[in-house]
Design a protein around this ligand. Structure first.
Ligand code: PXP
Length: 250
């Protein structure tokens, strides 16, 4: 499999819905944000339908499927309820993430190795329905091998540990996490998996990850929606795109 030069940017719009839901109304509309992101050059839109519907709702997913001209990456936990919803909508991609009700965000990668059998059965109908199945995973060789064995086509490497260390000013740890991400991006790619990455990325942390040639897509949400308050969504995305392209060119 060839390493792809153009790095795709998936924009996660969950937190537009978070702001909307803070007042219980219809504003700001995540579908409008998705349209604006498309126009600003997003290569895909990501939305996570959580079990507790704390941000994205079922109606948002339905609306996104209707209006998007770029692929929808539907993030969900490996539950029967979510599988039924995914099979109804058949989004371009389904990203399986771990989900704990008490967490603020998706805190770690999916435990694939210990749940290989269950997950293999879980993703089979999604693949048969034509969805590209992606597994959100720590930069851990054992988990990547398991993701490959269960038949996932894509892994998304969790960049949270790197970004957290960077935000804390813990450079040695950030560097170590980056090295792990680099090695595991290569490892996954060499197994024949498509490699994505995301979580916690900002203008300050994106470049080294964007420079890994095996990484084909970054999924970025919270920072971009926050930055949109100051710059507007289009310019915030354009700046991320510029940083990614610059990093890719070296
Ligand atoms: N990728 C996955 C699988 C995620 O669960 C999330 C967070 O919902 C992201 C990327 C984006 O993370 P952030 O919002 O921190 O940019």
């Amino acid at each position: 499999m060839a390493v792809q030069d153009k790095l795709r940017l998936g924009v996660n719009i969950d937190h537009v819905a978070t702001v909307r839901n803070a007042r219980g109304g219809a504003y700001p509309d995540p579908l409008r944000a998705a349209r604006a992101a498309q126009e600003a050059g997003a290569d895909g839109i990501t939305a996570h339908l959580r079990e507790d519907r704390r941000h994205i709702t079922d109606a948002d997913i339905e609306g996104l499927q209707e209006i998007l001209t770029v692929p929808l990456n539907f993030e969900m936990a490996a539950t029967d309820e979510m599988q039924t919803i995914a099979l109804r909508h058949k989004p371009h991609a389904v990203c399986i993430v771990p989900e704990k009700r008490e967490e603020r965000t998706t805190e770690g990668g999916l435990e694939v190795a210990r749940e290989e059998n269950r997950l293999a059965h879980f993703i089979a109908p999604l693949r048969e329905a034509g969805c590209r199945v992606s597994i959100f995973i720590a930069a851990d060789q054992r988990q990547i091998e398991a993701a490959n064995r269960i038949g996932a086509e894509v892994i998304e490497l969790h960049t949270g540990a790197y970004c957290d260390a960077f935000a804390d000013g813990n450079w040695a740890t950030a560097q170590k996490e980056l090295q792990k991400l680099e090695a595991m991006a290569k490892f996954g790619h060499d197994l024949g998996l498509e490699v994505h990455a995301g979580h916690g990325l900002t203008y300050d942390t994106v470049s080294p990850v964007a420079a890994f040639p095996e990484v084909q897509e970054l999924n970025i949400g919270h920072f971009l929606i926050g930055e949109a308050i100051f710059l507007g969504l289009g310019p915030a995305i354009a700046e991320m795109r510029r940083l990614m392209d610059d990093a890719r060119e070296g």
